[in-house]
Design a protein around this ligand. Structure first.
Ligand code: ATP
Length: 245
């Protein structure tokens, strides 16, 4: 089914979500609701639990307690899995060509064979990857691999895209390409949830910010409010570039 014709996966609602490991509480009870549109940046110091939170939302990790609900529990596990994508700081590529990596992702998502070819070609073209489409994905540079990861995600037409520090290992040109890709996804209706340590990038891209410290959700605010009138002592220090623990 076409995304436009099917009911939305969103909102995403977390209720009382915690994550504990070996007696340590890494995420304290957390309530969160992500609406259908927008670009949310998850921010906070190292070890705050940003990646954990994102992995729990995406379904890669199970919370210790609490619930993660999509569309008010109105979506099947298969739909939930198929309608989201995630891009990591270091992309995971299979030992095959760039193009074949995109086609493979489409086959895993259950896209019919007849569609896979043109949808993969379209994604490769859209992200300017034609010159390297037939090179082995694993020998591409970090920036090229990240572009390929974005093309692969785009081919899947996700309703929501999670990105975990997608630009932290990239040079300024590659960072710009990723930021443009974020705007492309957004303009085509994909919900964006992203972690970043780059305050400037958050100001440029975010609609709202979720701010974590030590596994606690300290603030959730529109981006301007977060940077100009932070409500908490920790967020005020963070936007000044001071480390908070
Ligand atoms: N799968 C896991 N199982 C157990 N502990 C984990 C797991 N993933 C992360 N942790 C721990 O949870 C804490 C938070 O980690 P997380 O990666 O979420 O932080 P972060 O805010 O993304 O940090 P950074 O900015 O450094 O990437 C860390 O102490 C980490 O060691």
């Amino acid at each position: 089914m076409n995304r436009a014709e099917s009911p939305s996966l969103l909102p995403l609602e977390l209720q009382g979500v915690t994550f504990r490991h070996r007696g340590l509480t890494l995420l304290e009870p957390m309530d969160l609701r992500l609406e259908r549109n927008g670009k949310t940046m998850i921010m906070g110091p190292n070890g705050a639990g940003k990646s954990l939170l994102m992995r729990i939302c995406h379904g890669l990790l199970r919370p210790t307690s609490g619930s993660v609900r999509w569309a008010g529990n109105g979506a099947t596990p298969e739909t939930i899995r198929q309608r989201q994508a995630m891009v990591f700081q270091r992309p995971v590529m299979l030992r095959r060509s760039a193009l074949a990596n995109v086609r493979y992702a489409l086959s895993v998502q259950g896209v019919p064979r007849s569609e896979r070819r043109w949808r993969a070609d379209e994604a490769i073209e859209r992200f300017g990857l034609q010159p390297i489409a037939h090179r082995p994905a694993r020998v591409l540079s970090g920036g090229e691999q990240q572009r390929l990861a974005l093309a692969r995600a785009w081919a899947l037409r996700p309703e929501i895209l999670f990105m975990d520090e997608p630009t932290s290992a990239l040079d300024p040109t590659a960072i710009k390409a990723v930021e443009e890709a974020v705007e492309t996804f957004h303009s085509e209706g994909t919900r964006i949830v992203m972690t970043t340590h780059d305050l400037g990038q958050a100001r440029r891209l975010a609609d709202d910010v979720i701010f974590l410290v030590n596994g606690r959700l300290v603030e959730k605010a529109p981006v301007r409010e977060f940077f100009e009138q932070p409500q908490s002592r920790e967020a005020a220090a963070f936007v000044q570039g001071e480390l908070v623990w």
